[in-house]
Ligand binder design. Structure first.
Ligand code: HEM
Length: 413
């Protein structure tokens, strides 16, 4: 495969864009400008990644919706041509247990069925009152503590850590360990041996915890999975790996949506005022979806490989070709979200793809939405004078992790 795009008329070539694409300096919350330009001009085009391979980059909302649920589009990272995020992922793929995150139907359907139950709206909604208490208590503590403070440490990280610990039945006292290990696993710039060690430690930790839950079950998701293992519906290894996946996926993402979401809202005081002045759950729910759309924090692109030839528009994606779905570019697609660059909490936002699309759409989306609804509906009303205590240019953003984020967010009130 050529490393260049060539002009069909003159034959002139230009090198393929390298993915991930950089954001513009001084514009930390917008998608990479190249991704936006490609969406307008070459919405399905080749890019080059870290190992020199050249998967397709798909940037339009409509094309993502057509391809992500297509059964010829595979999430199985053992298929030749899979566009791994980094060398560590490539190295561990052959020894990683088969999970919902790396299987296709019918195996994916079976595995997902074993874990869907606790995450359906009806069951998640029962967590509203406990989450409200967690959020209120943390705000009380923040108000009683130093001013200014780091919103990330004082509030954004503890909220999802406490919630996921309660839901899974993981002792919160271990949060330093599981926060540190999961961020190492997700950090694209971490040394492979560190990421490998962190993921091994998480596996050992969950293995031990699930054995304990088998002996003395509680009313939590890990106990429920231990019960499914005993009933022969899943293996112990599958339960351990699922526990690790939920623990990893369950807190850094939501923490980032709290810190970066607050940053985005502070940059748009008129929108923040709308949120502060309402207690209408529908308005708050839509606001959460709009901030999810606007920020689309999963920044490494959703990765897939073609299991067969796929014709789409004027392109043929060949069997074995890698595919990267840039969710942020799709969520700023003006064909679906007019003036997509405007944060507008009143626009219909729910059809965004910040949680992906198709069979692998985020398992924890109802939980994440609920946590963010409680946070956005409470934090700015309880601390109406909340402000950033630094220049936005001085914040340090995380460009290498699976999720975009900020290393610390000083706030005052
Ligand atoms: C705002 C917070 C969150 C965002 C933006 C987010 C985003 C995503 C995205 C984009 C995917 C799709 C990946 C793909 O198609 O390959 C995904 C999948 C997943 N997410 Fe989330 N997520 C969030 C919160 C959570 C939470 C709280 C959990 C807790 C359980 C979770 C668990 C998962 C799991 C297990 C999958 C894999 C699903 C599958 O492959 O079938 N996520 N998430």
């Amino acid at each position: 495969m050529s490393d260049a795009l060539s002009c069909p008329v003159t034959g002139a070539t230009e090198p393929l864009p390298e993915y991930p694409l950089p954001r513009a300096a001084g514009c930390p919350l917008a998608p990479a400008p190249t991704a936006q330009a490609l969406r307008a001009g070459k919405p399905i085009t080749k890019v080059k990644i870290w190992n020199g391979s050249t998967p397709w980059l798909i940037t339009r909302h409509a094309d993502q919706r057509a391809l992500l649920p297509d059964s010829r589009v595979s999430d199985d990272d053992l298929n030749p041509g899979f566009p791994y995020v980094n060398a560590h992922r490539a190295e561990i793929a052959p020894v990683t247990p088969r999970l919902i995150t790396n299987t296709d139907a019918p195996e994916h359907t079976r595995l997902r069925r074993t874990v869907n139950g606790p995450f359906v709206v009806k069951r998640i909604e029962k967590m509203r009152a406990p989450i409200q208490k967690i959020v209120d208590d943390l705000i009380d503590e923040m108000l009683a503590g130093p001013n200014p403070t780091d919103l990330l440490k004082a509030f954004a990280l503890p909220v999802p850590s406490l919630v996921i610990a309660e839901l899974l039945g993981v002792p919160y006292d271990d949060h330093d360990f599981f926060q540190r290990s999961s961020s190492l696993v997700l950090d694209g710039s971490a040394a492979p041996e560190d990421a490998r060690r962190a993921s091994g430690e998480l596996v050992a930790y969950l293995d031990n915890l699930i054995r304990q839950k088998t002996a003395t079950p509680g009313k939590d998701v890990l106990s429920e999975m231990a019960g499914r293992v005993q009933a022969g519906e899943m293996t112990h290894a599958e339960a351990v790996s699922m526990g690790v996946a939920m623990l990893i996926a369950g807190h850094e993402t939501t923490a980032t949506m709290i810190s970066l979401g607050t940053l985005a809202l502070l940059q748009h005081p008129d929108q923040l005022a709308l949120l502060r002045e309402t207690d209408d759950p529908k308005v708050i729910a839509n606001a959460v979806d709009e901030v999810l759309r606007y920020l689309t924090i999963v920044q490494t692109g959703v990765r897939r490989v073609a299991k067969d030839d796929i014709e789409i528009g004027d392109v043929v994606i060949r069997k074995g070709d890698g595919m990267i779905f840039d969710l942020h570019a799709a969520n700023w697609d003006p064909e679906v979200f007019p003036e997509a660059e405007r944060l507008d909490l009143t626009r219909p936002a729910r059809i965004h793809q910040a949680f992906g699309y198709g069979p692998h759409q985020c398992l924890g989306q109802n939980l994440a939405r609920l946590e963010l609804q409680v946070v956005y509906g409470t934090l700015y009303r309880r601390i109406p004078t909340l402000r950033l205590d630094a220049a936005i240019e001085d914040l340090e953003f995380d460009h290498t992790g699976t999720t975009y984020g900020v290393h610390g967010m000083p706030v005052a009130w």
